[in-house]
Write a protein that binds this ligand. Structure first.
Ligand SMILES: Nc1ncnc2c1ncn2[C@@H]1O[C@H](COP(=O)(O)OP(=O)(O)OP(=O)(O)O)[C@@H](O)[C@H]1O
Ligand SMILES: [Mg+2]
Length: 134
């Protein structure tokens, strides 16, 4: 697992345990995609794009066939064997990200699948108190 974390990100307002589920769903999918790979690699990257944080999770597995790409966020869409997957991971990830005002999408060509999660940074609404002389 390669990690490339930006350590100067703005804070976000979020349900941390829910976002943890999102990373888990995406990393579980990457691990499944790499099951038979001789040189499995998962890359995690975070960065800030002005008002949003971007989290990238990439794997060098076989990729998602183009004809399946439009369907993978659907609930119960799975290509895994019965008992291996319910097809709910990406549906849940999508709901959680949308609830946080964010966006989740991917790009996949053979041997390179990248999922992106974009989350808005917190807007500080608490007014600052001023006194004379400040
Ligand atoms: N990184 C990936 N590489 C290749 N295919 C993927 C990847 N991520 C998702 N998919 C495809 O999208 C489908 C749906 O993913 P999703 O996480 O929703 O369900 P699942 O992994 O099949 O089951 P569950 O997450 O419920 O255990 C997968 O079955 C797989 O075909
Ligand atoms: Mg899954």
């Amino acid at each position: 697992m390669q990690r490339d974390y930006d350590l100067n990100l703005s804070p976000i307002q979020a349900y941390g345990s829910e976002l943890n589920q999102v990373w888990t769903y995406l990393i579980d999918n990457a691990i499944d995609a790499l099951a038979d790979h001789p040189t499995p690699t998962i890359k995690l990257r975070t960065c800030q794009e002005e008002t949003h944080l971007l989290v990238e999770i990439a794997d060098n597995g076989p990729g998602i066939p183009p004809e399946m790409q439009p369907r993978i966020f659907e609930a119960f869409f799975t290509t895994k064997a019965v008992g291996q997957g319910t097809g709910l991971g990406l549906d849940m990830a999508y709901r959680i990200v949308r609830k946080h005002g964010g966006d989740i999408y991917f790009e996949s060509i053979s041997s390179n699948t990248q999922f992106y999660v974009r989350l808005p940074v917190a807007v500080l609404t608490t007014p600052r108190v001023f006194r004379r002389g400040e």
